[in-house]
Design a protein around this ligand. Structure first.
Ligand code: HEC
Length: 132
């Protein structure tokens, strides 16, 4: 059933309205290495505005709002570099887009794909040593 469904999606994709086609194509369009650094820089502002309350300014998962989360998992500590849903850029993109259902991690699908990619590379930069 799932295969049949994805086949239908594949066949219909070229005819889908642009928004839907973009949406389905997004996760496969991983930005190339040469623009990741630029995206990472842009990601910082979005992160501080939308994510730091839970994940912390330094990415350690101890933002001011984290203490208020009484049930379910705590915000991920990005400095550890371990991700439940995978640490590949396209997997993190998917997590940011969908959120983690049943937890306080919301979906950020309303943000433009470029913003979500910027967040992906900024989030990934927390567990890497700063470049010399
Ligand atoms: C209201 C609190 C809250 C906010 C705001 C929030 N998160 Fe989260 N986030 C969480 C929680 C809680 C988890 C752990 C979910 C789990 O364990 O399933 C999480 C997990 C994650 C993960 C890791 C999932 C994995 O695979 O381990 C990523 C990546 C992430 N958040 C990115 C973001 C980004 C980017 C933003 C801002 C756009 C953001 N979060 C904003 C609470 C939040």
């Amino acid at each position: 059933m799932k295969t049949a469904l994805s086949l239908i999606t594949l066949i219909l994709l070229p005819f889908a309205p642009p928004a839907l086609a973009d949406d389905l194509a997004e996760p496969r369009e991983v930005p190339s290495e040469d623009i990741r650094q630029e995206l990472r820089k842009q990601g910082q502002a979005f992160y501080l505005e939308n994510c730091a309350a839970c994940h912390g300014e330094s990415g350690n998962g101890k933002g001011p709002a984290a203490a208020a989360i009484k049930s379910g998992p705590k915000p991920r500590d990005f400095t550890v570099g371990k991700f439940l849903y995978g640490d590949k850029p396209e997997q993190i993109f998917h997590t940011i887009s969908e959120g983690s259902p049943g937890t306080s991690m919301p979906s950020w699908k309303f943000m433009p794909a470029e913003t979500r990619w910027a967040l992906v590379f900024f989030v990934l930069s927390f567990h890497k040593k700063p470049s010399p």
